[in-house]
Design a protein around this ligand. Structure first.
Ligand SMILES: *[C@@H]1O[C@H](CO)[C@@H](O)[C@H](O)[C@H]1NC(C)=O
Ligand SMILES: *[C@@H]1O[C@H](CO)[C@@H](O)[C@H](O)[C@H]1NC(C)=O
Ligand SMILES: *[C@@H]1O[C@H](CO)[C@@H](O)[C@H](O)[C@H]1NC(C)=O
Ligand SMILES: *[C@@H]1O[C@H](CO)[C@@H](O)[C@H](O)[C@H]1NC(C)=O
Ligand SMILES: *[C@@H]1O[C@H](CO)[C@@H](O)[C@H](O)[C@H]1NC(C)=O
Length: 306
């Protein structure tokens, strides 16, 4: 009798997991190159008006620029910017005006590979040193000397920045998700953090922004010397659920490139602490989850590169 009951439950279990499989929602979302928050070439990447009032009121918010010779600030990247221009740190004026944080400490208008980072003697957030390139580090073992690993691109051009591609695939089932993120042709030996950018009470008068480390911390992906990287995450929600009528929804997943080689735990950058977007990190690739894409994907993801 006992055996029969367990036999029956096993059968039922199989049947219910079959039903669940049938209820699973598979997805594959391509990655879009970004130059900031909903920004490519100073144009909007996606129209979020059917998902968010707040987000659809944002202009493109640049987080990287290109060197302005002799200037104190980088220039915005537009469709007229030569692809050979060197990508530079920028005072992300529009971005900070929208979020209400003070100007960062800089320096601005320097190649992103020269963004200062910590060394052993740093005693505050803003006390940082410029890393040397792998080739020019004379004695890499001196305490306090920081150098970039071999293969880090120390003159990132707009063409290099725009070369990345990516794919987000996964399954939503019963209000949870398994997600797999892959990147190709991204900056080699790069450090990325992943952010779920969304809203609560979408389209209601009390709508608010929501931002969380994608899948919880550590939310970090690193690329190899060929610019490839991948990571999987489990979520206790489905990132593709619609915004309308939800208490919280995802608008896009951001792959935030940390050119200062530091990650900031539960924050993408320390915007209120003098280390703002544009100075230490920038959105490089985004997976648009709840928005109408305005700019087509640049680079096709290749199945055969792995
Ligand atoms: C976004 O879409 C809405 C609805 O279709 C439209 O009214 C609006 O003009 C669009 N905005 C942009 C910037 O394309
Ligand atoms: C830096 O450049 C951006 C983009 O052109 C601009 O919005 C911002 O005002 C500039 N900041 C300063 C301090 O000049
Ligand atoms: C990086 O670019 C600068 C300015 O164009 C140039 O002077 C320098 O030689 C380049 N460095 C490398 C390693 O290519
Ligand atoms: C589906 O999710 C609910 C709520 O999280 C949970 O109580 C239930 O056990 C889940 N069902 C299955 C078959 O996993
Ligand atoms: C936000 O507004 C909706 C109705 O539009 C309401 O149901 C909800 O309780 C409000 N939430 C908060 C936190 O005020």
């Amino acid at each position: 009798m006992l055996t029969r009951t367990s036999g029956l439950s096993v059968l039922l279990l199989h049947f219910s997991s079959f039903l669940l499989l049938a209820n699973a929602r598979y997805f594959s979302v391509p990655g879009h190159i970004a130059h900031g928050v909903n920004d490519f070439n100073d144009n909007l990447l996606a129209n979020y008006s059917s998902s968010s009032n707040i987000f659809s009121s944002f202009p493109p918010l640049a987080e990287i620029g290109v060197i302005t010779p002799g200037g104190t600030n980088a220039s915005l990247i537009t469709e007229n910017t030569p692809l050979s221009s060197i990508v530079a740190t920028i005072d992300a004026f529009d971005f900070r005006t929208f979020l209400g944080f003070p100007p960062g400490a800089g320096p601005f208008n320097i190649p992103i590979s020269q963004a200062p980072t910590f060394n052993l003697f740093s005693s505050s957030l803003l006390e940082r040193v410029t890393p040397s390139s792998f080739e020019s580090s004379s004695d890499p073992n001196v305490v306090g000397q920081v150098y970039l690993s071999a293969g880090v691109n120390d003159n990132v051009t707009v063409a290099d920045w725009n070369r990345a591609t990516g794919r987000m695939t996964g399954t939503c089932r019963n209000g949870t998700a398994h997600v797999y993120i892959e990147m190709q042709n991204a900056l080699p030996n790069g450090l990325f953090s992943m952010w779920d950018v969304g809203v609560s009470m979408a389209l209601a008068p009390n709508e608010t922004l929501s931002l969380s480390p994608f899948g919880g911390i550590p939310n970090v992906l690193t690329t190899d010397r060929n610019g490839r990287g991948s990571i999987s995450r489990r979520l206790n929600y489905c990132p593709l659920d619609e915004c309308q009528g939800s208490s919280r929804c995802s608008l896009y997943l951001s792959m935030n490139y940390h050119f200062d080689h530091v990650v900031y735990g539960g924050a993408p950058t320390l915007d209120f602490g003098g280390l703002s977007a544009g100075q230490v990190a920038a959105n490089q690739l985004v997976f648009i989850l709840n928005g109408d894409v305005l700019i087509p994907v640049h680079n096709k993801f290749s199945f055969f590169l792995w």
